[in-house]
Design a protein around this ligand. Sequence first.
Ligand code: ADP
Ligand code: MG
Length: 421
Amino acid sequence: MSLTEIDLHKELKKYFGFSQFKGLQEDVIASIVNRNDTFVIMPTGGGKSLCYQLPALIEEGTAIVVSPLIALMKNQVDAIRGISSEYGVAHVLNSSLNKTEVKQVKEDIVNGVTKLLYVAPESLTKEDYVDFLKQQKISFLAIDEAHCISEWGHDFRPEYRNLKSIIQRIGDNIPIIALTATATPKVQEDILKNLGVQKAKTFKASFNRPNLYYEVRPKTKNVDADIIRFVKQNNGKSGIIYCLSRKKVEELAQTLQVNGINAIPYHAGLDAKTRSKHQDMFLMEDVDVVVATIAFGMGIDKPDVRFVIHHDIPKSIESYYQETGRAGRDGGEGHCLAFYAYKDIEKLEKFMSGKPVAEQEVGHALLQEVVAYAETSISRRKFILHYFGEEFSLETGDGASMDDNVRNPKKQHEAKEELEL
Ligand code: ADP
Ligand code: MG
């Protein structure tokens, strides 16, 4: 089907009930429908899923969607089934299925019912699946969270590395759509090179979050008291506090509780039931504050998180951007406060010391950027956006005044020196 025959707005309304595309969605979808290799870089919450879901629903055949997490796939499949009456329209193919279920999935694909097939990269490597998919009509292949391909991303997964050769075995003329919220120039280059789609049409949205206020404070031994004060000043608002270790999560959650703050802990050491209970309590606003490790957040879509505090500095600017990005999704206020002590950087360096040398080098380079961010006296927004390869103008950019350095500038000459990013 060619674009001229399709009214994308009508299809959007029909399948999703939305009357407007968000940001670059329409252009991206047009590119996919025209069978281009397509590269989409949009911040979290930008609406990347719809970019491949809508064309998949419109086009003939099955779109294969590679996604790193089973939980994420399940959410997406449920959401798609919510908008379509047909059961087989979206399926997950992974190791959790039994033989009968696999057979059903395959039948739905053969019969042309399945429009979206979510797979984990490791399932895609299975001979049996490759042989099967090779014989099917595949509309395109979407690779979600494509930064997992790059060791310069914040979530490198070696299984993502072999995708290109598998795709070629399934068919050598299948358009490839890569999507990510990770935009550092290095990661972008890695993605395109690894997938062999250097000529892909690229769509990049701005990463600026004008409503987020960025602040860094020195971390002293009174950091817990500082946090308590901050939370009390923001009484009743939703917030996330990130800590590096499970132990610290438990301790801090308790300290907050003792101080009359409605807080709960969240980390991967809690059993699944407790984790999901605590997550729901936060979403339903039975508690104000979640104290968490980075295990908390993927796929969390609470629009009115008003602050994200980092008790410990994260291991990359990328992670910091992702984690703070959970604040102010609704466009309202979002205060991003990081506590920083160089000692913590040394601690993170030490954690890495057991890892392979190449990994340590990457880790070290990423950490140096974090140090530069924490210690800079220029606009933090400008710093973050520069990291993502984006120019930001302090004169005309949105949210230019929304950080501590801009509101309370340090001495001119210091600032000037540090401008050389
Ligand atoms: P991303 O993968 O980029 O982080 P998602 O695909 O999860 O973002 O979408 C984020 C939210 O935006 C979802 O709740 C989705 O329903 C919503 N959304 C996507 N496209 C539109 C649109 N055109 N109009 C309104 N809401 C949209
Ligand atoms: Mg997504």
